[in-house]
Design a protein around this ligand. Structure first.
Ligand code: LIP
Length: 270
Protein backbone atom coordinates (compact mmCIF):
# COMPACT_ATOMS: atom_id res chain seq x y z
CA UNK A 1 0.00 0.00 0.00
CA UNK A 2 1.48 3.35 -1.00
CA UNK A 3 1.79 6.47 1.11
CA UNK A 4 -0.92 8.04 -1.05
CA UNK A 5 -3.24 5.13 -0.35
CA UNK A 6 -2.68 5.62 3.39
CA UNK A 7 -3.16 9.37 3.04
CA UNK A 8 -6.50 8.83 1.29
CA UNK A 9 -7.58 6.56 4.17
CA UNK A 10 -6.43 9.15 6.72
CA UNK A 11 -8.47 11.89 5.03
CA UNK A 12 -11.46 9.54 4.84
CA UNK A 13 -11.11 8.55 8.52
CA UNK A 14 -11.23 12.21 9.59
CA UNK A 15 -14.32 12.92 7.50
CA UNK A 16 -16.06 9.72 8.63
CA UNK A 17 -15.34 10.31 12.32
CA UNK A 18 -16.84 13.78 12.03
CA UNK A 19 -19.92 12.50 10.19
CA UNK A 20 -20.37 9.65 12.67
CA UNK A 21 -19.92 12.01 15.61
CA UNK A 22 -22.69 14.24 14.29
CA UNK A 23 -24.99 11.23 13.90
CA UNK A 24 -24.22 10.03 17.44
CA UNK A 25 -24.85 13.54 18.77
CA UNK A 26 -28.36 13.47 17.28
CA UNK A 27 -29.16 10.66 19.76
CA UNK A 28 -27.28 12.09 22.72
CA UNK A 29 -29.49 13.39 25.55
CA UNK A 30 -32.57 11.77 23.94
CA UNK A 31 -32.97 8.89 26.34
CA UNK A 32 -36.06 7.58 24.57
CA UNK A 33 -34.47 7.56 21.08
CA UNK A 34 -31.26 6.08 22.54
CA UNK A 35 -33.09 2.83 23.39
CA UNK A 36 -30.42 1.70 25.84
CA UNK A 37 -30.11 -2.06 26.37
CA UNK A 38 -27.70 -4.26 28.36
CA UNK A 39 -25.35 -6.69 26.60
CA UNK A 40 -24.26 -8.06 29.95
CA UNK A 41 -23.15 -6.97 33.43
CA UNK A 42 -22.27 -3.23 33.23
CA UNK A 43 -22.15 -3.56 29.41
CA UNK A 44 -24.42 -0.99 27.73
CA UNK A 45 -25.47 -0.61 24.10
CA UNK A 46 -27.74 2.00 22.54
CA UNK A 47 -29.49 2.42 19.20
CA UNK A 48 -26.84 5.05 18.41
CA UNK A 49 -24.04 2.46 18.66
CA UNK A 50 -25.73 0.37 15.99
CA UNK A 51 -26.66 3.14 13.54
CA UNK A 52 -23.25 4.81 13.83
CA UNK A 53 -21.44 1.55 13.19
CA UNK A 54 -23.75 0.80 10.24
CA UNK A 55 -22.96 4.23 8.75
CA UNK A 56 -19.21 3.70 9.09
CA UNK A 57 -19.38 0.16 7.70
CA UNK A 58 -21.37 1.38 4.68
CA UNK A 59 -19.18 4.40 3.94
CA UNK A 60 -15.94 2.40 4.19
CA UNK A 61 -17.29 -0.40 1.98
CA UNK A 62 -18.22 2.24 -0.63
CA UNK A 63 -14.85 4.01 -0.50
CA UNK A 64 -12.50 1.06 0.04
CA UNK A 65 -14.37 -2.09 -1.08
CA UNK A 66 -11.40 -4.46 -0.66
CA UNK A 67 -10.61 -3.33 2.89
CA UNK A 68 -11.85 -5.28 5.91
CA UNK A 69 -14.07 -3.86 8.68
CA UNK A 70 -14.41 -4.88 12.33
CA UNK A 71 -16.86 -3.11 14.61
CA UNK A 72 -17.66 -3.60 18.29
CA UNK A 73 -21.34 -4.25 17.63
CA UNK A 74 -21.41 -6.05 14.29
CA UNK A 75 -18.05 -7.81 14.35
CA UNK A 76 -16.14 -8.53 11.16
CA UNK A 77 -13.12 -10.47 10.00
CA UNK A 78 -9.39 -10.00 9.70
CA UNK A 79 -7.85 -8.48 6.57
CA UNK A 80 -4.42 -7.10 5.68
CA UNK A 81 -6.12 -3.69 5.44
CA UNK A 82 -8.50 -3.55 8.37
CA UNK A 83 -10.70 -0.76 9.70
CA UNK A 84 -11.37 -1.26 13.42
CA UNK A 85 -14.22 0.84 14.78
CA UNK A 86 -15.88 1.56 18.10
CA UNK A 87 -18.98 3.53 17.16
CA UNK A 88 -19.32 4.98 20.65
CA UNK A 89 -16.51 4.40 23.10
CA UNK A 90 -17.79 5.29 26.53
CA UNK A 91 -21.24 3.86 25.91
CA UNK A 92 -22.06 3.71 29.62
CA UNK A 93 -21.46 7.46 29.77
CA UNK A 94 -23.41 8.10 26.57
CA UNK A 95 -26.39 6.11 27.91
CA UNK A 96 -26.43 8.29 31.05
CA UNK A 97 -26.16 11.51 29.02
CA UNK A 98 -22.65 11.98 30.44
CA UNK A 99 -20.49 13.79 27.83
CA UNK A 100 -17.26 11.70 28.05
CA UNK A 101 -17.56 9.55 24.90
CA UNK A 102 -16.09 9.41 21.41
CA UNK A 103 -16.32 7.76 18.00
CA UNK A 104 -13.14 5.74 17.40
CA UNK A 105 -11.92 4.94 13.87
CA UNK A 106 -8.68 2.99 13.46
CA UNK A 107 -6.94 1.50 10.44
CA UNK A 108 -4.46 -1.37 10.83
CA UNK A 109 -2.31 -2.65 7.95
CA UNK A 110 -0.84 -6.15 8.32
CA UNK A 111 -1.09 -5.88 12.11
CA UNK A 112 0.52 -2.43 12.29
CA UNK A 113 -1.74 0.43 13.48
CA UNK A 114 -1.41 3.15 10.83
CA UNK A 115 -4.28 5.60 11.37
CA UNK A 116 -6.25 6.67 14.43
CA UNK A 117 -9.06 9.22 14.60
CA UNK A 118 -11.29 10.02 17.59
CA UNK A 119 -14.23 12.42 17.36
CA UNK A 120 -15.49 13.86 20.67
CA UNK A 121 -18.47 16.02 19.66
CA UNK A 122 -19.36 17.13 23.20
CA UNK A 123 -16.07 19.05 23.44
CA UNK A 124 -15.93 19.75 19.68
CA UNK A 125 -12.54 17.98 19.58
CA UNK A 126 -11.14 15.77 16.84
CA UNK A 127 -7.98 13.80 17.58
CA UNK A 128 -6.14 12.45 14.54
CA UNK A 129 -2.86 10.67 13.86
CA UNK A 130 -1.11 8.76 11.09
CA UNK A 131 1.96 6.60 11.84
CA UNK A 132 5.11 8.64 11.28
CA UNK A 133 3.20 11.89 10.78
CA UNK A 134 2.45 13.09 14.31
CA UNK A 135 -0.80 13.56 16.25
CA UNK A 136 -3.14 16.52 16.44
CA UNK A 137 -6.21 17.79 18.25
CA UNK A 138 -8.29 20.05 15.99
CA UNK A 139 -5.26 20.32 13.71
CA UNK A 140 -2.88 21.46 16.47
CA UNK A 141 0.06 19.11 17.26
CA UNK A 142 -0.21 17.31 20.60
CA UNK A 143 2.44 15.74 22.85
CA UNK A 144 2.40 13.69 26.01
CA UNK A 145 3.29 15.45 29.26
CA UNK A 146 6.85 15.47 30.54
CA UNK A 147 5.81 14.17 33.95
CA UNK A 148 8.57 11.95 35.34
CA UNK A 149 7.70 11.96 39.05
CA UNK A 150 4.94 9.57 40.12
CA UNK A 151 4.23 11.93 43.04
CA UNK A 152 2.82 14.46 40.56
CA UNK A 153 1.34 11.97 38.05
CA UNK A 154 -2.31 11.45 37.13
CA UNK A 155 -3.01 7.93 35.87
CA UNK A 156 -6.30 6.65 34.41
CA UNK A 157 -7.00 2.97 34.98
CA UNK A 158 -9.85 1.51 32.94
CA UNK A 159 -12.17 -1.14 34.33
CA UNK A 160 -14.41 -3.80 32.88
CA UNK A 161 -16.03 -7.00 34.22
CA UNK A 162 -13.64 -8.91 31.95
CA UNK A 163 -11.07 -9.13 34.75
CA UNK A 164 -11.61 -9.76 38.52
CA UNK A 165 -12.48 -6.73 40.63
CA UNK A 166 -9.66 -7.64 43.03
CA UNK A 167 -7.12 -7.33 40.20
CA UNK A 168 -8.44 -3.86 39.35
CA UNK A 169 -8.43 -2.69 42.96
CA UNK A 170 -4.94 -4.15 43.42
CA UNK A 171 -3.58 -2.20 40.45
CA UNK A 172 -5.25 1.01 41.63
CA UNK A 173 -3.76 0.54 45.10
CA UNK A 174 -0.28 -0.20 43.72
CA UNK A 175 -0.27 2.85 41.45
CA UNK A 176 -1.55 5.06 44.27
CA UNK A 177 1.12 3.66 46.60
CA UNK A 178 3.63 4.81 43.96
CA UNK A 179 2.32 8.33 44.55
CA UNK A 180 0.01 8.89 41.58
CA UNK A 181 -3.55 10.06 41.65
CA UNK A 182 -5.85 7.58 39.89
CA UNK A 183 -9.05 8.21 37.96
CA UNK A 184 -11.48 6.28 35.75
CA UNK A 185 -13.64 7.91 33.07
CA UNK A 186 -15.11 4.82 31.31
CA UNK A 187 -13.71 5.48 27.84
CA UNK A 188 -10.45 3.75 27.03
CA UNK A 189 -10.13 5.55 23.72
CA UNK A 190 -10.39 8.96 25.37
CA UNK A 191 -8.03 7.84 28.13
CA UNK A 192 -5.42 7.28 25.41
CA UNK A 193 -6.23 10.61 23.76
CA UNK A 194 -5.96 12.36 27.10
CA UNK A 195 -2.54 10.79 27.58
CA UNK A 196 -1.53 11.89 24.06
CA UNK A 197 -2.30 15.53 24.86
CA UNK A 198 -1.04 15.57 28.43
CA UNK A 199 -4.38 15.75 30.28
CA UNK A 200 -3.31 12.58 32.10
CA UNK A 201 0.13 10.95 32.18
CA UNK A 202 -0.88 7.32 31.48
CA UNK A 203 -3.78 5.05 30.61
CA UNK A 204 -3.76 1.46 31.87
CA UNK A 205 -6.26 -1.38 31.61
CA UNK A 206 -5.78 -5.05 32.46
CA UNK A 207 -7.90 -6.11 29.48
CA UNK A 208 -9.35 -4.13 26.60
CA UNK A 209 -10.60 -4.91 23.11
CA UNK A 210 -9.04 -4.01 19.78
CA UNK A 211 -11.89 -1.65 18.83
CA UNK A 212 -11.29 0.40 21.99
CA UNK A 213 -7.58 0.96 21.28
CA UNK A 214 -6.95 0.70 17.52
CA UNK A 215 -7.20 4.48 17.05
CA UNK A 216 -5.94 5.64 20.44
CA UNK A 217 -2.71 3.66 20.24
CA UNK A 218 -1.69 5.54 17.05
CA UNK A 219 -2.55 8.88 18.68
CA UNK A 220 -0.53 8.06 21.77
CA UNK A 221 2.57 6.75 19.98
CA UNK A 222 2.61 9.69 17.57
CA UNK A 223 2.34 12.05 20.54
CA UNK A 224 5.44 10.53 22.17
CA UNK A 225 3.93 7.96 24.51
CA UNK A 226 5.42 4.57 25.26
CA UNK A 227 2.92 1.75 24.65
CA UNK A 228 2.91 -1.99 25.27
CA UNK A 229 2.86 -4.47 22.42
CA UNK A 230 -0.95 -4.73 22.32
CA UNK A 231 -0.87 -6.20 18.78
CA UNK A 232 0.56 -9.56 19.81
CA UNK A 233 -1.04 -13.01 20.14
CA UNK A 234 -4.67 -13.18 19.08
CA UNK A 235 -5.22 -9.47 19.82
CA UNK A 236 -8.06 -9.15 17.33
CA UNK A 237 -10.18 -11.93 18.80
CA UNK A 238 -9.09 -11.84 22.43
CA UNK A 239 -7.88 -8.31 23.20
CA UNK A 240 -4.93 -7.66 25.53
CA UNK A 241 -3.80 -5.41 28.37
CA UNK A 242 -3.04 -1.81 27.42
CA UNK A 243 -0.37 0.53 28.77
CA UNK A 244 0.10 4.02 27.35
CA UNK A 245 2.36 6.36 29.34
CA UNK A 246 4.90 9.12 29.31
CA UNK A 247 8.37 7.66 28.64
CA UNK A 248 9.55 8.35 32.19
CA UNK A 249 6.63 6.57 33.87
CA UNK A 250 6.17 3.62 31.48
CA UNK A 251 8.68 1.24 33.08
CA UNK A 252 7.37 1.45 36.64
CA UNK A 253 3.76 1.24 35.44
CA UNK A 254 4.65 -1.83 33.36
CA UNK A 255 6.06 -3.39 36.54
CA UNK A 256 2.78 -2.63 38.36
CA UNK A 257 0.87 -4.36 35.54
CA UNK A 258 3.39 -7.24 35.44
CA UNK A 259 4.16 -6.47 31.78
CA UNK A 260 7.61 -7.17 30.34
CA UNK A 261 9.50 -3.84 30.11
CA UNK A 262 11.47 -5.30 27.17
CA UNK A 263 8.23 -5.41 25.15
CA UNK A 264 7.42 -1.72 25.61
CA UNK A 265 7.40 0.20 22.33
CA UNK A 266 8.94 3.65 22.34
CA UNK A 267 7.44 6.30 20.09
CA UNK A 268 10.62 6.58 18.00
CA UNK A 269 10.43 2.89 17.09
CA UNK A 270 8.36 3.44 13.92
C1 LIP B 1 -15.37 0.77 27.11
C2 LIP B 1 -13.87 0.91 27.08
C3 LIP B 1 -13.31 1.07 28.47
C4 LIP B 1 -13.65 -0.10 29.30
C5 LIP B 1 -15.15 -0.22 29.38
C6 LIP B 1 -15.76 -0.36 27.99
P1 LIP B 1 -17.33 0.79 25.33
O1 LIP B 1 -15.80 0.59 25.80
O2 LIP B 1 -13.51 2.04 26.33
O3 LIP B 1 -11.92 1.19 28.41
O4 LIP B 1 -13.09 0.06 30.57
O5 LIP B 1 -15.47 -1.37 30.12
O6 LIP B 1 -15.30 -1.56 27.41
O7 LIP B 1 -18.03 -0.45 25.76
O8 LIP B 1 -17.88 1.98 26.03
O9 LIP B 1 -17.29 0.91 23.84
Amino acid sequence: MSGEDLHQRYVAAVALANEAGALASSYFRDRVRMGTKMKGFQDFVTEADQVVEDLLRRRIAEAFPTDGFLGEEGGGSSNDNLWIVDPIDGTANFARCEPHWAVSVGFVRQGVPEIGVLAMPTLNELFAARRGHGATCNGVPIRVSDVADMQTAAVEIGWSPRRPTASYIGLVAEVMDMGATVKRSASGALGMAWTACGRVDAYLELHINAWDVAAGIVLAREAGAVVNDFFRGDWLADGNPILVATPALAGSLADAMVLDRALLLRSDAH
